[in-house]
Design a protein around this ligand. Structure first.
Ligand code: SF4
Length: 483
């Protein structure tokens, strides 16, 4: 995806975003998809009675868990092991993938079915599993479509948000050899037939975790298609790959988040299927895995823990901030060239990867606050973005023109005469290059603004002069009245 001229693997956000903005069809698809979910969220949240109070409660539960993560991790691990499960720790993505490949080999697995998991996208798990010779099948409909298309998700909840049903119809006709149709129920039935057969023959299931309960060692997954339930109950071996931050202290905390997740993600009262998995199959159980493994992955989360950015670990990956974000709505998810797009992605991608490599992301925001307004766990994304920008300046990563511009601005703002002189020069210059009161072109850095927007010329009489004239006028009126 990187533009020629950029180093291999170096994100090229500016050009990707410009290409997305120029793609009218893509914008229509995203605009419709995100608005629908955002409207749904707004409409259903009042059912909570006092939505703000519930969201603040959720934030407090998450903060408490993160502040005591060592204790809750120990409790969770003890509970999983006590119920016959196995726990593996992975410092990073490579370790997590090595552990999972090893479990799959020892289980002599051939076919692996996967439920949707952003954390597996984060470490590109499928790539390593396939390289090790396993057949891997994504079973979430959106992820299955992407797997067929060889593409990456463009949204953390609805990964195929960038495709229309006509796109899916053409893809199924090409890859599955069916007759073209764009009828969603017909397309779903085709995918269902393929997936059902695979569920029956899979040796190993891989799931993520929406939440994990320390008190009982339970992993909770929610889906709208029931595929997570198949993945977790049918194969002989089950692996749950989860980030450290997914823990909740008690089972009693879970409903708070289940109520918020469905509403915030898709405007549903609650997600259709909620599965709670506590250890492997026990004697007398109708179904369930014989082996249950939990892979607890850090991947730089512990570096965020205890830092100013710790509240970002509250994130429940609901996607509400994406749906509310005016930037995401315009450019979609692929332009970010990161696993986590949108507002939360702009913060956690630099934190979990490298601020230098993703230095463009914290800048790609108008700081309008729509993400904070939408977030069910009250993550103050705009403030985190400002802090990341400050960090970039501290590390000397801001462009020379930017630094010189702000130095000049500071100088001008601290001297009345310099400010007036600068404003007069700017006014003259704008008159020179303007037509009908608008500047449609600017040289140098100013061109970044006029590339997408016109700039009105500065008024002939500055505010200061008009204000003084108005005051004089009022004073003379008062004088007249007094007479
Ligand atoms: S930051 Fe908030 S709104 Fe965005 S995905 Fe995470 S929980 Fe949802």
């Amino acid at each position: 995806m990187s533009k020629a001229g950029h180093g291999a693997g170096v994100p090229d956000f500016k050009h990707q975003a410009a290409a997305a903005v120029a793609n009218r069809r893509l914008q229509e698809i995203f605009d419709r998809a995100t608005r629908q979910k955002d409207d749904g969220r707004r409409a259903i949240l009042p059912e909570l009675g006092d939505p703000l109070a519930v969201r603040e409660l959720a934030a407090r539960i998450k903060d408490h868990t993160l502040e005591n993560l060592d204790r809750y991790l120990e409790q969770f691990v003890g509970q999983v092991r006590g119920r016959g499960g196995q726990v593996h720790f992975a410092a990073d993505g490579d370790q997590a993938k090595a552990v999972i490949v090893d479990i799959a080999r020892r289980a002599s697995a051939k076919l692996i079915v996967k439920s949707k998991s952003m954390v597996s996208e984060e470490i590109e798990l499928n790539h390593d599993l396939e390289a090790a010779g396993f057949e891997v099948l994504e079973t979430d409909l959106g992820e299955y479509i992407l797997q067929l298309a060889g593409e990456k998700p463009s949204h953390i909840v609805t990964p195929v948000a960038h495709k229309s049903r006509e796109d899916v119809g053409r893809l199924f006709a090409e890859k599955l050899g069916i007759e073209y149709t764009s009828d969603p129920p017909a397309l779903t039935m085709v995918a269902r037939r393929v997936l059902r057969e695979k569920f029956r023959t899979a040796d190993l299931g891989i799931i993520g975790a929406n939440f994990a309960v320390a008190e009982t060692g339970t992993v909770c997954i929610v889906t709208n298609e029931g595929n997570g339930r198949y993945c977790s109950s049918r194969p002989r071996v089950l692996i749950c790959l989860m980030g450290l931050e997914k823990l909740l202290p008690r089972m009693a905390d879970l409903p708070v988040f289940l109520k918020l997740l469905g509403k915030s993600a898709t405007g549903q009262r609650i997600t259709c299927y909620t599965s709670l998995i506590t250890g492997p199959k026990r004697a007398g159980d109708f179904d369930g895995p014989e082996e249950f493994h939990v892979v607890l992955m850090d991947n730089r989360r512990s570096a965020v823990l205890g830092s100013d950015y710790m509240p970002t670990l509250r994130c429940i990956r609901c996607g509400a901030c994406l749906n509310a974000c005016p930037v995401y709505r315009k450019i979609g998810g692929h332009a970010y060239e990161a696993t986590y797009p949108g507002p939360i992605g702009k913060v956690i991608t630099p934190l979990l990867n490298s601020l230098e490599v993703y230095e463009h992301l914290p800048q790609a925001s108008s700081l309008c606050g729509a993400c904070l307004d939408a977030c069910p766990v009250r993550i103050d994304i705009p403030t985190h973005l400002i802090h990341l920008r400050q960090e970039l300046v501290r590390r000397g990563r801001s462009p020379l023109t930017f630094r010189l511009g702000f130095k000049g601005w500071r100088l001008g703002m601290s001297s009345r005469w310099l400010y007036r002189w600068g404003a007069m020069q700017a006014r003259w210059f704008m008159w020179l290059i303007s037509r009908n009161g608008w500047c449609r072109w600017m040289p140098s850095t100013g061109g970044v603004w006029t590339q997408y927007r016109d700039l009105p010329v500065m008024p002939a009489r500055p505010f200061r002069v008009r204000w003084a004239a108005l005051q004089k006028e009022l004073e003379s009126e008062d004088g007249g009245d007094a007479r």
